[in-house]
Each structure stands twice: as structure tokens, then as C-alpha cells.
Ligand binder design. Sequence first.
Ligand code: DP6
Length: 328
Amino acid sequence: MRAARAVAHTNIALIKYWGKRPGDPDQNLPAVGSLSLTLERLRSETTVRPGERDSFQLDGHSDPAAAAKVARHLDRVWRSANPGPRPPCAVDSTNHLPTAAGLASSASGFAALTLAAAAAFELDLDRGALSALARRGSGSAARSLWGGFVRLGRGERADGADCRARPLFPADHWDLRLLVVHTAKGPKPIGSTDGMQRSADTSPYYPAWVATSEADLERGERALADRDLAALGAVMEHSCFKMHACMLATVPPLIYWNGTTLAAIHEVWAARRAGLEAYVTSDAGPHVKVLCRPDLAAELAARLAAVPGVHAVDTLAPGPDARVELLP
Ligand code: DP6
């Protein structure tokens, strides 16, 4: 075993993933495909070294619950190529995420951990295989192996081998901006994994959500190929609001938004009516993400920062591939 350090950037789904298909829960198989944009700056940096026993530090602190998840994921990576016992690992991770807390870090976190662990264990895996492994840590992590625009296929196989992301277009394909509008501080009440399960079990809209997702993916990919912002924005908003409709119809309801979330969405639509072309999306949390051209980003960010309740607005360009290096 060696020591290795990996850096992976977070991503935001333009066409959403919500729900798992039946199968081994440890495979974490998504019910629908998804299409994402990897972001610059927002990233996890993870070092995996040989240790005397397993240890995990996140931003300099230990967290037993997170450490157990990390150990389970190290086991997956190790067992993908080795029958015997895994060597103990010292894992250190730093999240470079925005000042206002509450943005998901599992995508960049599991992508960086997968890449660093595979290098540390000296495994010869291609990015696709690494993406399938990262998916088992968190579905969205499968997409963070690449920069730019990435598609995660739903896959069909029970062993998940065909459920891996692939890069559609590199970061420089289309110079867009994603504004992250922070509307709350602190962690979200219900994590994605539990929320998805609840939606699948109780939301009458869940089957419709799953049935209509493939068409959205096709429309999204075509809009990206054509660099057609109006087409991409329309299908991105549709995917987002369908997912939230499915969440709202879950029992008990999953309402991830607050009043400021809705105010920010209305502000984007008001700006659009006034000629500032921009489109919204939001995930399993209260923040609003806004897609626009670079030349409109500053004006839109200023308008959104002025919405009462908005804490901060970050402006982000498309980000790079995840990378890894062996350490001496
Ligand atoms: C709403 O990838 O966090 O952000 O696979 O259970 O870890 P698990 O879920 P996760 O879910 C992301 C859900 C989403 C939409 C998306 O990113 O596609």
C-alpha cells in the first residue's frame, strides 16, 4: 500500500436523481439516470495513507458516524480487487465548500475517497470502474470523477457494473455560470437516502417521476450538445419541480424549501421576464441554484443577494476532472 491524495469537485444535477431501483442496497442503484455540471472551487481533498489502525479526520475533526461510512467504503474499494483483509488506513479529508454551511459534500467526498483509496491500494481501475465504486458511497459521487458535463446512466445489471457515469462534454464546452444562493445555515433535516426511500414507499407521484426521467435526460443532453440555454433551462426546471412535487406528495411530506427559497425562485423568474435569462434548480435542501451566461452572472447575483433572507451568493464556473497523485 502507498499514500495517495485525491481532489474531486462537487457537482449539481441539471437533470435529477431521486430514488433507487430494487436490488442490493449496498450497490446503491439509482432508479433514474442523471445529468450534472461539475463546479470549480467547491471540492474535497482526501489523503489515504497506511495507518496502524483505521482513522478518519474531516476538516481536522474526528466523527465516528462518518468514520464508519469511510471504513465501509474503503472495504468496497479494497474488495473490488483483493480477497484478503484490508490494510488499516489513515484518512484525512478537507472540504472546500462555501462559507454558509449546508451544501452537500457527499458527491465530492466519496469521489475523492474512491480515487485516493484505489491509488493507495495500487489498483489498476479505469475511471468508469472508479465511478461505479464511488456510486456505492453516494449516487451523486459517481458523477464527480469528471469535470464539465457528466451523465450517470441508470444501468440494468444487478451488480451495478453498468451503472457508472461518463463525461459528455468537458468544462470548456460551454462557459456557463451556476449561482448558489444560500437561503439557510446548518444541515438539512432529512438526508437524501432516507428521503428517497420515503418517496418510493409513499409518494403517488413516484412512478410518474421515474417514468418521465429518461425523456428529460435525452432533452438535456441534446440541449447541451446544441448549447441551447433556453432548452436546457426548460428541462432543468421541469426535472427539478417534478422531483419536488414527488417529495411534497411523500407521506409525511418532504419539504426541503423555506420561504426564502421560494422568494429566490420568484426573483429569478422576475429577472427572466425582465430579459436576464436564468433558470433555477434546487436539491434536497433549501438553497437555490441558478444557471446563466457569464455576462449576466454579476447582475443576477446582486439581485439575488438583495432578496430578504439570502445569506450569500456564490458564482461558479464549470470545474475540472478529479485528480489523484501518489505521495512519497
Ligand atoms: C437531490 O447522491 O446524496 O441531490 O445516493 O443516497 O447518497 P445517495 O443520494 P445523493 O442524492 C442526490 C439527490 C439530489 C439530486 C442529484 O444530485 O441528482
